[in-house]
Design a protein around this ligand. Sequence first.
Ligand code: TMP
Ligand code: ASP
Length: 236
Amino acid sequence: MEKREQLYEGKAKKVFATDEENAVIVSYKDDATAFDGAKKGTIVGKGVVNNKMSNFLMQILEKQGVKTHYVQELNDRETVVKKVEIVPLEVIIRNISAGSFARNYGVEEGIVFDEPTIEFSYKNDDLHDPLINAYHAVALKLATKDEINKIKEMAFKVNDVLKEYFLGLGVKLVDFKLEFGKTADGEIVLADEISPDTCRFWDKDTNEKLDKDRFRRDMGGVEDAYKEMMKRVFGE
Ligand code: TMP
Ligand code: ASP
């Protein structure tokens, strides 16, 4: 497959056209941002970790019947994925209170929920990705009602699979953000990435944070946390 012109540069990834109409190449950067890009930095090696981890997790999910955009890993930072139209919703699943949930509702972090929760944010940096409900998303034609139902079902399935997988590695899957896309033939697939950038991972025994919160909160040990997650998933 031939890499062609750059189509898009986001905060953490670049996307390139290929000689195939329905395939693009994603290239993962070490750039890190938080708070709508207000905080900027570099996490050395992050692009490699996120590329490899995301591809590995998407293959696990495919085996469990979740359709994803994943096609083929090319090298440490680059992967061929299906070209999709991204549904402009951030889909957030939570198993344990943390982050904006704890802040918005005035509760401490670490409360284990009886059932996972789901929420949507409207992907729009100018509006600071506001929370949005399913009715509003349909009214704004961000997705159809059927697509939203499909996305919900897929997101909970992803949680069931990944929660158990990470627990086996001694990691609590606290919460995470997913994005979905629509392929040329109208199928909804899991897109974007699943990585320490987009998930909260806490060590099962110590609750040590092993994700991007170390960068967001200036906790130090950011690179080591990404490396530790890489080690848990792939071994030494
Ligand atoms: P939150 O508690 O800040 O709303 O974050 C929930 C989850 O979503 C957490 O695992 C981090 C992830 N996330 C992203 O991937 N991108 C974002 O822009 C934000 C705000 C959160
Ligand atoms: N990457 C996101 C941003 O820069 C936020 C985050 O992950 O906290 O807005």
